[in-house]
Design a binder for this molecule. Sequence first.
Ligand SMILES: Cc1ncc(COP(=O)(O)O)c(C=O)c1O
Length: 385
Amino acid sequence: MTRFASETLFSPSRRSLMKLAGAAGIGAATALTASSEAAKAATPTAIDPDAIAIMSANENPYGPSPKAVEAIKAEAANLYRYTYPTVSKFAEMVAEREGVAPEQVLVTNGSTPILAAFSDWVNVKGGKIITSAITYEGVPRVAEQAGTEVVYMPLTQDMGYDMEAIAARVGPDTGAVYLCNPNNPTGKTIPTAQLKAFVEDVSNKVPVFVDEAYLDMSDDYPGNVMSEFVAAGKPVIVARTFSKIYGMAGQRLGYGLMPADMAMDMRMTGRLSNVNYLGLVAGMASLEDTEHFEKMRATMIRGRQKLIAMAADLGRPIAPDPQGSFIYMDVGMPAKDFAAKMMDRGVKVVGERWSDLPNWTRICVGLDHEIEKCHAAAKEVLTSI
Ligand SMILES: Cc1ncc(COP(=O)(O)O)c(C=O)c1O
Protein backbone atom coordinates (compact mmCIF):
# COMPACT_ATOMS: atom_id res chain seq x y z
CA MET A 1 0.00 0.00 0.00
CA THR A 2 1.35 3.43 -0.88
CA ARG A 3 0.01 5.65 1.82
CA PHE A 4 2.44 8.52 1.61
CA ALA A 5 2.87 10.52 -1.57
CA SER A 6 6.57 10.85 -2.31
CA GLU A 7 7.56 14.45 -1.92
CA THR A 8 8.61 15.80 -5.28
CA LEU A 9 11.81 17.74 -5.02
CA PHE A 10 10.99 19.93 -7.96
CA SER A 11 7.83 21.60 -9.00
CA PRO A 12 6.30 21.84 -12.41
CA SER A 13 7.27 25.14 -13.88
CA ARG A 14 10.40 25.52 -15.97
CA ARG A 15 10.94 29.04 -14.68
CA SER A 16 10.89 27.70 -11.12
CA LEU A 17 13.29 24.92 -11.97
CA MET A 18 15.76 27.37 -13.42
CA LYS A 19 15.57 29.52 -10.31
CA LEU A 20 16.07 26.55 -8.04
CA ALA A 21 19.00 25.30 -10.09
CA GLY A 22 20.57 28.74 -9.84
CA ALA A 23 20.06 28.90 -6.12
CA ALA A 24 21.54 25.43 -5.67
CA GLY A 25 24.58 26.32 -7.74
CA ILE A 26 25.33 29.39 -5.73
CA GLY A 27 24.60 27.48 -2.53
CA ALA A 28 27.07 24.73 -3.36
CA ALA A 29 29.87 27.21 -3.87
CA THR A 30 29.27 29.24 -0.76
CA ALA A 31 27.41 26.90 1.55
CA LEU A 32 29.70 27.04 4.56
CA THR A 33 30.31 30.76 4.41
CA ALA A 34 26.69 31.59 3.78
CA SER A 35 25.37 29.43 6.58
CA SER A 36 27.90 30.63 9.07
CA GLU A 37 27.16 34.23 8.11
CA ALA A 38 23.47 33.51 8.39
CA ALA A 39 24.09 32.07 11.83
CA LYS A 40 25.96 35.19 12.91
CA ALA A 41 23.40 37.64 11.65
CA ALA A 42 19.79 36.59 11.90
CA THR A 43 19.12 37.72 8.33
CA PRO A 44 21.54 37.66 5.43
CA THR A 45 22.62 41.08 4.22
CA ALA A 46 21.92 40.44 0.54
CA ILE A 47 18.45 39.19 -0.25
CA ASP A 48 17.98 37.68 -3.68
CA PRO A 49 14.31 38.24 -4.54
CA ASP A 50 14.53 35.57 -7.26
CA ALA A 51 15.82 32.80 -4.98
CA ILE A 52 13.32 30.11 -4.17
CA ALA A 53 12.14 30.30 -0.56
CA ILE A 54 12.49 26.66 0.50
CA MET A 55 9.86 26.17 3.20
CA SER A 56 9.14 22.50 2.64
CA ALA A 57 11.82 20.43 4.30
CA ASN A 58 11.95 21.52 7.96
CA GLU A 59 15.54 22.66 7.78
CA ASN A 60 16.89 25.42 9.98
CA PRO A 61 17.37 28.25 7.46
CA TYR A 62 19.68 30.08 9.88
CA GLY A 63 22.26 27.35 9.52
CA PRO A 64 24.53 25.60 12.00
CA SER A 65 26.43 27.00 14.94
CA PRO A 66 29.48 28.98 13.73
CA LYS A 67 31.44 26.77 16.15
CA ALA A 68 30.28 23.68 14.24
CA VAL A 69 31.51 25.24 11.00
CA GLU A 70 34.84 26.08 12.64
CA ALA A 71 35.17 22.51 13.92
CA ILE A 72 34.57 21.13 10.42
CA LYS A 73 37.20 23.44 8.95
CA ALA A 74 39.70 22.56 11.66
CA GLU A 75 39.16 18.80 11.32
CA ALA A 76 38.63 18.40 7.58
CA ALA A 77 42.11 16.98 6.96
CA ASN A 78 41.56 14.25 9.56
CA LEU A 79 38.72 12.50 7.79
CA TYR A 80 40.93 9.71 6.47
CA ARG A 81 40.54 7.77 9.75
CA TYR A 82 37.57 5.59 10.63
CA THR A 83 35.44 7.18 13.30
CA TYR A 84 35.18 4.47 15.99
CA PRO A 85 36.89 6.50 18.75
CA THR A 86 35.02 9.66 17.79
CA VAL A 87 31.70 7.83 17.81
CA SER A 88 32.51 6.60 21.32
CA LYS A 89 33.42 10.11 22.44
CA PHE A 90 30.24 11.51 20.96
CA ALA A 91 28.12 8.71 22.48
CA GLU A 92 29.64 9.42 25.90
CA MET A 93 28.83 13.09 25.54
CA VAL A 94 25.24 12.31 24.55
CA ALA A 95 24.88 9.68 27.30
CA GLU A 96 25.92 12.17 29.92
CA ARG A 97 23.45 14.79 28.69
CA GLU A 98 20.58 12.33 28.39
CA GLY A 99 21.26 10.40 31.60
CA VAL A 100 21.69 7.02 29.88
CA ALA A 101 24.63 4.62 29.46
CA PRO A 102 26.91 5.08 26.40
CA GLU A 103 25.95 1.56 25.18
CA GLN A 104 22.38 2.80 24.97
CA VAL A 105 23.32 5.41 22.38
CA LEU A 106 23.26 4.44 18.71
CA VAL A 107 24.88 7.12 16.55
CA THR A 108 23.89 7.43 12.89
CA ASN A 109 24.07 9.72 9.87
CA GLY A 110 20.88 11.62 10.63
CA SER A 111 18.00 9.94 12.45
CA THR A 112 16.47 8.35 9.33
CA PRO A 113 18.70 5.26 9.72
CA ILE A 114 17.43 4.78 13.30
CA LEU A 115 13.83 4.90 12.11
CA ALA A 116 14.57 2.42 9.31
CA ALA A 117 16.63 0.12 11.54
CA PHE A 118 13.83 0.08 14.08
CA SER A 119 11.29 -0.84 11.39
CA ASP A 120 13.53 -3.70 10.29
CA TRP A 121 14.05 -4.79 13.89
CA VAL A 122 10.27 -5.02 14.42
CA ASN A 123 9.98 -6.90 11.13
CA VAL A 124 12.41 -9.53 12.38
CA LYS A 125 10.79 -9.79 15.81
CA GLY A 126 7.28 -9.83 14.34
CA GLY A 127 4.04 -7.98 15.06
CA LYS A 128 2.30 -4.89 13.73
CA ILE A 129 3.37 -1.31 14.26
CA ILE A 130 0.68 0.98 15.61
CA THR A 131 0.90 4.68 14.85
CA SER A 132 -1.27 7.60 13.86
CA ALA A 133 -2.98 8.09 10.49
CA ILE A 134 -1.14 11.37 9.95
CA THR A 135 2.46 11.20 11.03
CA TYR A 136 6.05 11.13 9.80
CA GLU A 137 6.51 8.31 7.32
CA GLY A 138 10.07 7.22 8.25
CA VAL A 139 8.99 4.21 10.31
CA PRO A 140 5.70 3.13 8.68
CA ARG A 141 6.97 3.38 5.10
CA VAL A 142 10.03 1.23 5.72
CA ALA A 143 7.95 -1.18 7.80
CA GLU A 144 5.45 -1.67 4.99
CA GLN A 145 8.21 -2.16 2.44
CA ALA A 146 9.57 -4.97 4.59
CA GLY A 147 6.11 -6.53 4.89
CA THR A 148 5.21 -5.40 8.40
CA GLU A 149 1.58 -4.43 8.82
CA VAL A 150 1.05 -0.90 10.09
CA VAL A 151 -2.10 0.03 11.99
CA TYR A 152 -3.00 3.69 11.44
CA MET A 153 -5.19 5.11 14.19
CA PRO A 154 -7.26 8.20 13.33
CA LEU A 155 -6.32 11.56 14.82
CA THR A 156 -8.47 13.08 17.55
CA GLN A 157 -10.86 15.95 16.75
CA ASP A 158 -8.12 18.45 17.54
CA MET A 159 -5.64 16.60 15.31
CA GLY A 160 -3.64 15.00 18.12
CA TYR A 161 -2.57 11.40 18.59
CA ASP A 162 -5.47 9.41 20.03
CA MET A 163 -3.45 7.96 22.90
CA GLU A 164 -6.38 6.14 24.50
CA ALA A 165 -7.34 4.43 21.24
CA ILE A 166 -3.70 3.48 20.55
CA ALA A 167 -3.27 2.06 24.06
CA ALA A 168 -6.52 0.11 23.69
CA ARG A 169 -5.40 -1.27 20.31
CA VAL A 170 -2.14 -2.72 21.68
CA GLY A 171 -2.54 -6.47 21.90
CA PRO A 172 -0.88 -9.81 21.22
CA ASP A 173 -0.47 -8.95 17.51
CA THR A 174 1.40 -5.70 18.26
CA GLY A 175 5.14 -5.45 17.61
CA ALA A 176 5.70 -1.80 18.58
CA VAL A 177 4.20 1.70 18.74
CA TYR A 178 5.64 4.70 16.88
CA LEU A 179 4.95 8.21 18.20
CA CYS A 180 6.30 11.46 16.83
CA ASN A 181 6.33 14.24 19.43
CA PRO A 182 5.74 16.96 18.30
CA ASN A 183 4.05 15.23 15.44
CA ASN A 184 5.12 15.91 11.87
CA PRO A 185 3.13 17.37 10.06
CA THR A 186 0.58 18.61 12.63
CA GLY A 187 3.13 20.02 15.07
CA LYS A 188 1.00 18.89 18.00
CA THR A 189 2.59 17.57 21.17
CA ILE A 190 1.10 14.85 23.31
CA PRO A 191 0.17 16.23 26.75
CA THR A 192 3.09 15.43 29.08
CA ALA A 193 1.21 13.49 31.76
CA GLN A 194 -0.63 11.45 29.13
CA LEU A 195 2.57 10.68 27.24
CA LYS A 196 4.45 9.61 30.36
CA ALA A 197 1.60 7.40 31.55
CA PHE A 198 1.34 5.85 28.08
CA VAL A 199 5.06 5.15 27.75
CA GLU A 200 5.26 3.76 31.27
CA ASP A 201 2.30 1.43 30.72
CA VAL A 202 2.58 0.38 27.07
CA SER A 203 6.33 -0.26 27.21
CA ASN A 204 5.52 -3.10 29.65
CA LYS A 205 3.90 -4.80 26.65
CA VAL A 206 5.73 -3.67 23.51
CA PRO A 207 8.59 -1.31 22.56
CA VAL A 208 7.55 2.33 22.23
CA PHE A 209 9.43 4.57 19.79
CA VAL A 210 9.30 8.34 20.44
CA ASP A 211 10.65 10.49 17.62
CA GLU A 212 11.80 13.77 19.18
CA ALA A 213 13.09 15.44 16.01
CA TYR A 214 11.39 18.75 16.85
CA LEU A 215 11.05 18.52 20.61
CA ASP A 216 13.73 21.09 21.37
CA MET A 217 11.63 23.77 19.65
CA SER A 218 8.54 23.05 21.72
CA ASP A 219 7.40 25.26 24.58
CA ASP A 220 7.87 22.52 27.16
CA TYR A 221 11.35 21.36 26.38
CA PRO A 222 12.98 19.52 28.17
CA GLY A 223 9.83 18.55 30.14
CA ASN A 224 8.76 16.11 27.44
CA VAL A 225 12.09 14.36 26.84
CA MET A 226 11.49 10.62 27.22
CA SER A 227 15.07 9.47 27.87
CA GLU A 228 14.25 8.78 31.54
CA PHE A 229 12.44 5.62 30.40
CA VAL A 230 15.46 4.44 28.44
CA ALA A 231 17.61 5.11 31.50
CA ALA A 232 15.16 3.03 33.55
CA GLY A 233 15.80 0.08 31.25
CA LYS A 234 12.40 0.06 29.54
CA PRO A 235 12.03 -0.94 25.87
CA VAL A 236 11.71 2.70 24.84
CA ILE A 237 13.51 4.22 21.86
CA VAL A 238 14.08 7.96 21.56
CA ALA A 239 15.36 9.39 18.26
CA ARG A 240 17.11 12.76 17.97
CA THR A 241 18.52 14.58 14.96
CA PHE A 242 21.00 17.38 14.24
CA SER A 243 19.08 18.23 11.05
CA LYS A 244 16.58 20.55 12.69
CA ILE A 245 17.45 23.00 15.44
CA TYR A 246 21.19 22.35 14.97
CA GLY A 247 20.97 23.23 11.26
CA MET A 248 23.01 20.26 10.02
CA ALA A 249 20.57 18.54 7.63
CA GLY A 250 23.18 18.41 4.87
CA GLN A 251 25.94 17.07 7.09
CA ARG A 252 23.93 14.17 8.61
CA LEU A 253 24.04 13.28 12.28
CA GLY A 254 21.50 11.77 14.63
CA TYR A 255 21.21 9.29 17.44
CA GLY A 256 18.84 6.90 19.09
CA LEU A 257 18.58 6.07 22.79
CA MET A 258 17.42 2.51 23.42
CA PRO A 259 18.12 -0.68 25.34
CA ALA A 260 21.76 -1.65 24.88
CA ASP A 261 20.91 -5.04 23.37
CA MET A 262 18.61 -3.46 20.80
CA ALA A 263 21.34 -0.96 19.89
CA MET A 264 23.75 -3.85 19.50
CA ASP A 265 21.28 -5.75 17.27
CA MET A 266 21.00 -2.71 15.01
CA ARG A 267 24.76 -2.11 14.97
CA MET A 268 25.40 -5.73 14.07
CA THR A 269 23.36 -5.46 10.87
CA GLY A 270 26.31 -3.46 9.54
CA ARG A 271 24.00 -1.18 7.63
CA LEU A 272 24.47 1.78 9.94
CA SER A 273 28.24 1.72 9.73
CA ASN A 274 29.85 4.21 9.85
CA VAL A 275 29.09 7.74 11.00
CA ASN A 276 30.79 10.60 9.19
CA TYR A 277 33.65 12.29 10.99
CA LEU A 278 32.81 15.89 10.17
CA GLY A 279 29.25 15.40 11.37
CA LEU A 280 30.56 14.12 14.68
CA VAL A 281 32.97 17.00 15.25
CA ALA A 282 30.30 19.50 14.21
CA GLY A 283 27.78 17.74 16.46
CA MET A 284 30.06 17.93 19.48
CA ALA A 285 30.77 21.62 18.85
CA SER A 286 27.00 22.22 18.48
CA LEU A 287 26.20 20.51 21.77
CA GLU A 288 28.76 22.69 23.50
CA ASP A 289 27.42 25.88 21.94
CA THR A 290 24.48 26.28 24.28
CA GLU A 291 24.24 29.99 23.52
CA HIS A 292 23.61 29.28 19.83
CA PHE A 293 21.13 26.56 20.74
CA GLU A 294 19.09 28.97 22.88
CA LYS A 295 19.26 31.61 20.16
CA MET A 296 18.02 29.13 17.56
CA ARG A 297 15.29 27.92 19.86
CA ALA A 298 14.00 31.47 20.29
CA THR A 299 14.41 32.18 16.57
CA MET A 300 12.52 29.08 15.44
CA ILE A 301 9.73 29.73 17.94
CA ARG A 302 9.46 33.30 16.64
CA GLY A 303 9.34 31.95 13.07
CA ARG A 304 6.60 29.54 14.03
CA GLN A 305 4.61 32.40 15.56
CA LYS A 306 4.97 34.33 12.32
CA LEU A 307 3.59 31.38 10.37
CA ILE A 308 0.66 31.12 12.78
CA ALA A 309 -0.03 34.84 12.31
CA MET A 310 0.23 34.38 8.53
CA ALA A 311 -2.41 31.64 8.57
CA ALA A 312 -4.68 33.81 10.73
CA ASP A 313 -4.30 36.70 8.30
CA LEU A 314 -5.07 34.37 5.39
CA GLY A 315 -8.14 33.13 7.26
CA ARG A 316 -7.00 29.52 6.92
CA PRO A 317 -7.37 26.86 9.66
CA ILE A 318 -4.24 25.19 10.98
CA ALA A 319 -3.65 22.16 13.19
CA PRO A 320 -3.91 23.80 16.63
CA ASP A 321 -0.96 24.79 18.81
CA PRO A 322 1.93 23.74 16.57
CA GLN A 323 5.19 23.14 18.47
CA GLY A 324 7.69 22.28 15.73
CA SER A 325 9.25 24.41 12.99
CA PHE A 326 6.15 24.32 10.80
CA ILE A 327 2.40 24.75 10.56
CA TYR A 328 -0.07 22.39 8.92
CA MET A 329 -2.65 24.46 7.06
CA ASP A 330 -5.91 23.70 5.28
CA VAL A 331 -5.60 25.59 2.00
CA GLY A 332 -9.12 24.76 0.83
CA MET A 333 -7.85 23.36 -2.47
CA PRO A 334 -5.78 20.32 -3.42
CA ALA A 335 -2.44 20.82 -1.67
CA LYS A 336 -0.56 19.69 -4.75
CA ASP A 337 -2.19 22.49 -6.81
CA PHE A 338 -1.49 24.98 -4.05
CA ALA A 339 2.16 23.89 -3.90
CA ALA A 340 2.52 24.21 -7.69
CA LYS A 341 1.06 27.73 -7.65
CA MET A 342 3.31 28.69 -4.75
CA MET A 343 6.32 27.36 -6.61
CA ASP A 344 5.41 29.53 -9.58
CA ARG A 345 5.71 32.42 -7.14
CA GLY A 346 9.09 31.28 -5.86
CA VAL A 347 8.01 29.51 -2.66
CA LYS A 348 8.42 25.79 -2.10
CA VAL A 349 5.95 24.21 0.34
CA VAL A 350 4.84 20.61 0.78
CA GLY A 351 2.27 19.43 -1.76
CA GLU A 352 0.06 16.43 -1.14
CA ARG A 353 2.02 14.14 1.15
CA TRP A 354 -0.55 12.85 3.61
CA SER A 355 -3.27 11.53 1.37
CA ASP A 356 -5.93 11.42 4.12
CA LEU A 357 -5.90 15.23 4.18
CA PRO A 358 -5.45 16.20 0.53
CA ASN A 359 -6.17 19.91 1.12
CA TRP A 360 -3.61 20.37 3.86
CA THR A 361 -0.10 21.65 3.32
CA ARG A 362 2.89 21.88 5.64
CA ILE A 363 4.79 25.16 5.67
CA CYS A 364 8.12 25.42 7.48
CA VAL A 365 9.91 28.34 9.07
CA GLY A 366 12.01 30.35 6.63
CA LEU A 367 14.07 33.50 7.02
CA ASP A 368 11.92 36.55 7.75
CA HIS A 369 11.89 37.76 4.15
CA GLU A 370 10.98 34.24 2.99
CA ILE A 371 8.01 34.13 5.35
CA GLU A 372 6.92 37.51 3.96
CA LYS A 373 7.30 36.20 0.41
CA CYS A 374 5.31 33.09 1.33
CA HIS A 375 2.59 35.22 2.91
CA ALA A 376 2.23 37.42 -0.17
CA ALA A 377 2.26 34.42 -2.53
CA ALA A 378 -0.33 32.50 -0.48
CA LYS A 379 -2.57 35.56 -0.40
CA GLU A 380 -2.43 35.75 -4.18
CA VAL A 381 -3.03 32.03 -4.66
CA LEU A 382 -5.85 31.76 -2.15
CA THR A 383 -7.75 34.83 -3.30
CA SER A 384 -7.67 33.51 -6.87
CA ILE A 385 -9.52 30.27 -5.98
C1 LIG B 1 9.82 13.56 12.58
C2 LIG B 1 11.07 13.32 11.83
N1 LIG B 1 11.87 12.33 12.22
C3 LIG B 1 13.02 12.07 11.59
C4 LIG B 1 13.40 12.81 10.49
C5 LIG B 1 14.67 12.43 9.80
O1 LIG B 1 15.57 13.47 9.72
P1 LIG B 1 17.13 13.22 9.55
O2 LIG B 1 17.36 11.92 8.88
O3 LIG B 1 17.59 14.36 8.73
O4 LIG B 1 17.68 13.21 10.93
C6 LIG B 1 12.60 13.87 10.04
C7 LIG B 1 12.98 14.67 8.88
O5 LIG B 1 12.32 15.53 8.40
C8 LIG B 1 11.40 14.12 10.73
O6 LIG B 1 10.57 15.10 10.36
